[in-house]
Design a protein around this ligand. Structure first.
Ligand code: AMP
Length: 512
């Protein structure tokens, strides 16, 4: 065993042992072998050095998903630099904050965003800015083309930073999560074992790569095993339906699955070569799980994780073990417990905040020791902020985010319990329940229902009828006082419902 804990060593082993194997195939059919990938990454790693990037330096990247973007991620690992990807949807004020906070020595962006980014890069005194376009052209590519294809992979300890990822920050400022090589290596190994990933796998990759799911879960597991990746720039259900019969694994957010189910062309035949569909990043509705099973003949395997921890739990691989509504057991080497807000550990069957410990847990928030201290217990457990329950057999279920817990008239209401009921009503695609200021109760419960697509959406009963029916099934204090119907719920790029936005939209509902 080597002392070098650089994650890239796992991928490099495949590049050396099996250079002719396919690593990436584009939707147009262009294939990059592991050997060619190794060469591209080495050139890019040398280009980083030529641009002045040293080990430990941050490289901030705001470009569309493309193969060169993935090569850049791998080159940062290889060079011991810290990959800092940014979602392309950020505003000038947010970008100014990220660049000021991360202090990268190199910014990589597209020509189209230069007008926005250049003044910020100048104020923030970023030493170098290079361009990388989705088609692979740009000054970074030009620089890489001039470099040698030989590069010595940087020595890294387990604790050295591999990536800095800003959390989605649904409340307050986003924080930079410091993710180490040790975090990524351990999570990659745990997931490969749990999901039985091998070099024979072919992954359909349609997730973005500025986020833990598409970047670490999907890419790292496949590259570590020498598997093939069918690379899509984004999720397009027609393209996915066309390519699924060439794949064995797909990883997605719940909206991928609901979109597939609403396409009449999708069915068992589409999934004939598939062995695994994984879902995560947001809750998968039990009805999506059930419908997918009957239409596609596959039980979607749901897992749970977050930026700060990588993956924490997974449903078991065995088909009959993949249950709707639970996120399964902790991955090997990871321990999970529930606690109340003061940190008192709770027993099985109680609802509490999920706390997690293991080699997957990040090193802390970038330049924010106070926040880091506040989010860890004295014995090293990280406080996820998710509310959950642990069954006596160790299975974890997520009830919602602690900050989405509603306290009405002093009583706790867990939105998921009400959402599950509302999702059963005809015409409802998905329900979101939030608490908003109420003059008597502190918070009042409201429900926002997204209509099912097409004519089905017209079947939602009237507000009064919904409330009346719920009152027969739930304690009165849990029942929504108002029900709103919308075409779509607000979601972020990972398909998560933006409850803070709903709270803001409906904030004045109970104001007289
Ligand atoms: P992010 O850091 O953007 O990956 O978001 C992490 C958060 O997504 C977690 O803290 C959970 O609130 C949520 N999440 C991830 N996976 C699941 C899941 N399978 N079910 C419910 N919520 C999930």
């Amino acid at each position: 065993m080597t002392d070098n804990h650089n994650l890239y060593r796992l991928f490099e082993a495949r590049m050396v042992s099996d250079p002719a194997r396919s690593a990436f195939a584009s939707s147009a059919g262009t294939v990059t072998t592991y050997g060619e990938l190794g060469q591209k990454v080495a050139r890019m790693a040398n280009a980083l050095a030529a641009a002045g990037v040293k080990p430990g330096d941050r490289v901030t990247v705001q470009v569309e998903k493309s193969l060169p973007n993935a090569v850049l991620y791998l080159a940062c690992l290889k060079a011991g630099a810290v990959f800092n990807p940014l979602n392309s949807g950020y505003t000038a004020a947010e970008l100014d904050y990220f660049l000021g906070d991360a202090e990268p020595s190199l910014l990589v962006c597209q020509k189209s965003s230069l007008t926005l980014l250049q003044p910020i890069a100048e104020t923030r005194q970023i030493a170098a800015t290079l361009l990388l376009e989705p088609d692979g052209s740009g000054s970074l590519t030009d620089l890489a083309a001039k470099q040698s294809g030989e590069h010595q992979t940087a020595m890294c300890g387990r604790d050295d930073l591999a990536s800095l990822i800003y959390t989605s920050g649904t409340t307050g400022r986003s924080k930079g999560a410091m993710i180490t090589h040790g975090n990524l290596v351990s999570n990659t190994e745990a997931l490969c074992a749990t999901w039985r990933i091998t070099g024979d796998d072919i992954l359909l990759h349609a997730l973005p790569i500025f986020h833990v799911h598409g970047l670490f879960v999907a890419l790292n597991t496949m590259l570590a095993q020498g598997a093939k990746i069918l690379w899509l720039a984004k999720f397009d259900h027609e393209q996915v339906i066309r390519l699924l019969p060439e794949a064995t694994v797909m990883m997605g957010v719940p909206t991928f699955y609901t979109r597939l189910l609403s396409a009449p062309a999708f069915g068992r035949e589409t999934c004939r070569t598939m062995r695994l569909f994984v879902s995560g990043s947001a809750p998968l509705l039990a009805e999506t799980h059930t419908e997918f099973k009957s239409r596609a003949g596959h039980a979607i395997l749901e897992r749970y994780g977050m930026t700060e921890t990588g993956m924490i739990t997974s449903n078991p691989y065995a088909f009959e073990g993949r249950l709707a509504g639970t996120v399964g057991h902790p991955l090997p080497g990871i321990t999970v417990r529930l606690a109340d807000t003061e940190g008192k550990v709770l027993g099985a069957g109680e609802i509490g905040v999920i706390e997690v410990k293991g080699p997957n847990v990040f090193k802390g928030y970038w330049r924010n020791p106070e926040k880091t201290k506040a989010e860890f217990r004295g014995d090293g457990y990280f406080i996820t902020g998710d509310l959950g329950m642990i069954e006596p057999d160790g299975r974890v279920s997520i009830v919602g985010r602690a900050k989405d817990l509603i306290i009405t008239g002093g009583l706790n209401v867990y939105p998921k319990e009400i959402e599950d009921e509302l999702n059963e009503f005809p015409g409802v695609a998905e329900a979101a329940v939030v608490g908003i200021p109420h003059p008597d109760f502190g918070e009042g419960v409201i429900a926002v229902l997204a209509k099912a697509p097409g004519a089905d959406g017209g079947r939602i009963p009237a507000e009064g009828q919904i409330i009346k029916q719920l009152e027969g099934r739930l304690a009165k204090f849990k029942c929504p006082k108002r029900v709103f119907i919308v075409d779509e719920l607000p979601r972020n790029a990972m398909g998560k419902v933006q409850k803070a936005e709903l709270r803001a939209t409906y904030a004045a509902t109970f104001k007289s």
